[in-house]
Design a protein around this ligand. Structure first.
Ligand code: ZN
Ligand code: ZN
Length: 182
């Protein structure tokens, strides 16, 4: 039986192995889009991220991992927030940034919060995200603030609902609201 490297017969175990080796090589060769340092894998518990250790301290997140980083219910690896940037590395946002995973794909800036003009890099092809040092911390603080705000609103709504279930209070609340919007 003859094997061809170009063969697209994925059922062949050899081709499967070659695919896997190519995949692992790609992971090993992942380069930082900011300072060209090699990225290192970091075990974040339920998923693995790639960080620019001893470089610009940026973080590469595959598709869907940004959402995982924002979950406040899971114990979050705090070391990930404490990766320090090397003093001699300069982060130049005006320079083109290539996706570390797709390699020749330029990343685009996406706005996460229009109010504060908070932007991060996203690869339009693989939908992964690149976070500069400090951006993950900022993101998590913002997310926490929003979660607390929604909890306060929910609590307020519950209080109003409780009041409305009591006929006497309901009358007062309605009178108050009517006055407010007259
Ligand atoms: Zn870097
Ligand atoms: Zn990509």
């Amino acid at each position: 039986m003859a094997f061809s490297l170009k063969s697209k017969d994925f059922s062949s175990p050899i081709n499967k192995l070659l695919e896997e080796v190519a995949f692992l090589n790609r992971i090993e060769a992942m380069k930082c889009p900011v300072c060209s340092n090699s990225l290192s894998a970091f075990d974040a518990g339920s998923f693995t991220v790639d960080i620019c250790k001893d470089g610009c301290a940026g973080i590469w997140l595959d598709k869907g991992e940004l959402e995982k980083c924002n979950e406040h219910t899971d114990p979050f690896p705090q070391e990930l927030l404490r990766v320090k940037k090397s003093l001699d590395v300069v982060i130049d946002r005006s320079k083109t940034r290539l996706c570390p995973s797709c390699e020749d794909q330029e990343m685009t800036r996406i706005t996460l919060d229009a109010e504060t003009n908070f932007e991060i890099d996203q690869c339009p092809t693989c939908k992964g995200h690149w976070l500069d040092v400090g951006e993950l911390e900022h993101l998590r603080a913002k997310e926490k603030e929003e979660a607390e705000m929604s909890a306060r609103i929910a609590d307020f709504e519950k209080q109003v609902a409780d009041k409305l279930s009591d006929p006497e209070s309901a009358h007062k609340v309605k009178a108050f609201v009517t006055k407010l919007f007259r």
